[in-house]
Design a protein around this ligand. Structure first.
Ligand SMILES: C[S@@+](CC[C@H](N)C(=O)[O-])C[C@H]1O[C@@H](n2cnc3c(N)ncnc32)[C@H](O)[C@@H]1O
Length: 312
């Protein structure tokens, strides 16, 4: 199994503006790649609280971060609950930095039991395998055509949403779609009907992205987490967010824009009625992207975008 390489590592560390003994939250622990570097930077006494929904990620990160002993606190949780956890369990810790690194880890992609890749036998796509709610296989085999189409359009911006949804429904009238491989092949067939040329990315990329976002409620989680993270941060603390596609980045950009404004009233209001006050300063107006060297060494980083803000 290949190791997950942390994306934009130097840029994240610089963006967090870390100092000795700072306390930091890594809301998407994954393999602990970013966390390891953060813990080195905040030594000797700084604490890292690392969160992930995935049992396996917690296990892998624990192996990597054991050497930091009690300075690495690892919690299996949804980052959307982090504010409550900090208030209830760590009320006296001042938080100086937060990292959110969205998307999948390479470990999850390579795990053939999860269904995140196009070649898997199983087909769940849940970050937390034990969570309630429908998994990818149930959705693909039971949702009405219109509902599937809406998911592919809204969360994947898939141009062939309607044709793909129709083909899925036709296929399952004959036999259940049991694996992610089967679904990817159905989508490939639809693409071949409409496009002669091969696309740069796998034709199933957007549908898989859409399913993952829908199943794990990713956009709702991001929206509530970003505001909570700003609440939790100390004045001068930094929040760094890495996104991997334009839908995610748009959400982050809009929330940061609102939070950096003294007024969020609609433009046509004659005077301000919102009483909104800026809580953050935007550190980079232009997103930070990986260097050519990083993309060459780690193709998974190619669509990454980093945004950084500071709490006022
Ligand atoms: C891109 S990986 C993080 C990689 C990590 N920064 C590293 O360098 O190893 C994203 C991680 O976020 C986790 N994740 C996704 N949604 C989550 C949520 N709502 N709460 C907690 N963890 C989540 C995934 O399970 C995955 O392990």
């Amino acid at each position: 199994m290949k190791n997950h390489i942390p994306v934009l590592l130097d840029e994240v560390i610089k963006g967090l503006n870390l100092k000795e003994n700072y306390n930091v939250i890594d809301a998407t622990l994954g393999g602990g790649g970013h966390s390891e570097k953060i813990l080195e930077k905040i030594s000797p006494n700084g604490i890292l609280i690392g969160v992930d929904l995935d049992d396996n990620a917690i296990k892998l990160a624990r192996n990597k971060l054991n050497k930091f002993e009690s300075r690495a606190i690892l919690i299996k949780e949804n980052y959307k609950n982090l504010k409550k956890i900090i208030h209830e369990q760590y009320p006296n810790i001042q938080i100086h930095g937060v990292l959110l690194d969205l998307g999948l880890s390479l470990y999850q992609l390579q795990d053939t039991n999860r269904g995140f890749s196009f070649l898997n036998d199983k087909f769940s796509m849940k970050f937390d395998e034990n969570s309630d709610g429908e998994d990818a296989q149930e959705i693909i085999n039971s949702y009405a055509q219109e509902k599937l189409e809406k998911i592919f359009k809204e969360f994947g911006e898939e141009k062939l949403s309607s044709q793909i949804a129709k083909e899925i429904v036709n296929h399952r009238n004959n036999s259940t779609i049991k694996t992610s491989k089967e679904l990817a092949e159905i989508i490939e067939r639809v693409y071949k009907k409409f496009y002669r040329q091969k696309s740069k990315i796998h034709p199933a990329t957007k549908v898989f992205q859409a399913l993952r976002i829908y199943i794990n409620k990713e956009f709702d989680n991001i929206k509530s987490f970003l505001r909570d993270a700003i609440d939790i941060l100390e004045t001068g603390g930094r929040l760094t967010v890495i996104t991997f596609h334009s839908l995610e980045d748009r959400i982050v950009k809009q929330i940061f824009k609102d939070e950096a404004c003294d007024c969020i009233c609609p433009k046509n209001f004659p005077k301000c009625v919102c009483d909104h006050r800026a809580r953050i300063k935007i550190i980079n107006n232009k997103v930070i992207i990986p260097s050519e060297k990083e993309i060459r060494e780690n193709a998974a980083s190619r669509s990454a975008k980093l945004r950084i803000i500071e709490k006022l």
